[in-house]
Design a protein. Structure first.
Ligand code: FES
Length: 154
């Protein structure tokens, strides 16, 4: 049975026919919408690489069924920059060296944006580390990531 859903992805409506009702939001974003900035790490809710905002709140898109997101507004890493102008958080990650290999970076940035919008980020590194604890960086660039969230928050 094919299910039809509509998502607003980075401000654009996407009408998607789901042949597999068990498709995750992560797979739909990458394979159907063509936005591969959102990364698949563990595919089981443990690493945060797949973090996106849904209706303004951060989620692990590998754990969300796309079918249950019908009508939702989804923001991915591709939705942050305006033309050639990076979002302040993107610029802050570069400035603070908040990455090494970069694989987790889209998820880190989307999680940081959610944290800031939830009002849970301030200049306290401990609070930021706690709020970002669902986003794993295998290169352990945590000091730069925390600095980037502080810089991007200003
Ligand atoms: Fe979703 Fe790891 S890929 S949490």
């Amino acid at each position: 049975m094919t299910l039809s859903i509509s998502l607003i992805v980075n401000g654009e409506q996407k009408d998607i026919a789901l042949e597999d009702p068990r498709a995750t939001l992560l797979d739909v974003l990458r394979d159907r919408v063509g936005l591969t900035g959102t990364k698949k790490g563990c595919d089981r809710g443990q690493c945060g690489a797949c973090t996106v905002l849904v209706d303004g709140r951060r989620i692990n898109s590998c754990l969300a069924l796309a079918a249950s997101q019908d009508g939702a507004e989804v923001t991915t890493i591709e939705g942050l920059a305006t033309g050639d102008d990076l979002h302040p958080l993107q610029a802050a990650f570069i400035e603070a060296d908040g990455f090494q290999c970069g694989y987790c970076t889209p998820g880190q940035i989307m999680s940081a944006l959610g944290l800031i919008r939830e009002g849970l980020a301030d200049n306290d590194p401990e609070r930021i580390r706690e709020g970002m604890s669902g986003n794993i960086c295998r290169c352990a660039a945590y000091q730069g990531i925390t600095e980037a969230v502080i810089k991007g928050h200003k």
